[in-house]
Design a protein around this ligand. Structure first.
Ligand SMILES: [Zn+2]
Length: 266
């Protein structure tokens, strides 16, 4: 039987070791290139059949998601190339793996529940992404993820660790009304445009160590624990007016205080 030739030494975070990733996509979805419709990096950008190919991948992805949802099987979309798609008001009871995937089209995942580990690490969002009102019951991993267009997490809830370390937001990032119940790791994150945290809540450790901001709005904010902004860089504006640092704050080696004139402090 023909099988996709995509193979990759994949770091399995559960067993903490490299394993050889093998694609299990079946015959009918294997292209002449030897890759399946999800792993062939040229399939969605084919100048002649682009729309038809997008429709095909979207249909097969929807089928795969529906199947995994009904079987409660882990959803494996490792290093997939994905067209515009949406998932609304669904609940994934098993781990979801979109790590190293390339979202060629926009992804609209509204009011989705991730009951197990949600892995988006190293993914590239080439178009707008929305995870508004989504709920992450277990760890949400966006480490090293690249958001090339607007990203909205409006009203999302992270009930366990949220890892955005080394993520890069090239356009506006919206974390309005987001609740981080456990540790939020935003160390070395890069916000190239506005980062909006208006109404967000950090109930445990908020780590912005080495983060880079252009415009950061943390006004009227309440940090329960001591947030870390050590070595963070603010290029244009940081608004911490009316912010309540209950247990203090660390701005060690950050340029926030040095350029105090530009910042608003209570
Ligand atoms: Zn494949």
């Amino acid at each position: 039987m023909k099988r996709c030739r995509f193979e990759f030494p994949y770091y399995d975070k559960k067993i903490q070791d490299y394993v050889q990733y093998e694609c299990k996509i079946e015959e009918e979805d294997i292209l002449e290139s030897g890759f399946c419709i999800f792993h062939d990096e040229n399939y969605l950008t084919d100048p002649v059949n682009r729309e038809e190919n997008e429709r095909n991948v979207r249909r097969k992805l929807t089928k795969k998601i529906d199947q995994n949802l009904s079987d409660n099987e882990p959803l494996d979309c490792y290093a997939y190339h994905l067209p515009k798609f949406s998932v609304i008001r669904r609940r994934f009871n098993s781990p979801v793996n979109f790590s190293d995937s390339v979202f060629v089209g926009g992804a609209f995942l509204h009011d989705v529940q991730f009951a197990e580990y949600a892995d988006f690490s190293g993914a590239k969002f080439g178009a707008k992404i929305s995870l508004s009102k989504s709920k992450f019951t277990e760890k949400a991993d966006f480490s090293g993820t690249k958001f090339m267009k607007e990203a909205s997490f409006w009203g999302a809830q992270f009930l366990k660790e949220a890892d955005f370390s080394r993520a890069k937001f090239e356009e506006e990032a919206g974390f309005n009304d987001v609740q981080f119940t456990e540790k939020a790791d935003l160390s070395d994150v890069i916000f190239m445009k506005e980062a909006n945290f208006w109404g967000a809540q950090f109930l445990k450790e908020a780590n912005f160590w080495g983060a880079q901001f252009l415009i950061a709005d943390f006004s009227r904010f309440q940090f329960i624990e001591t947030p870390i902004f050590a070595e963070a860089q603010f290029t244009e504006k940081a608004d911490f007016s009316g912010t309540n640092f209950k247990k203090g704050v660390s701005f060690k080696k950050s340029n926030c205080m040095r350029r105090g004139g530009k910042y608003k402090w209570k």
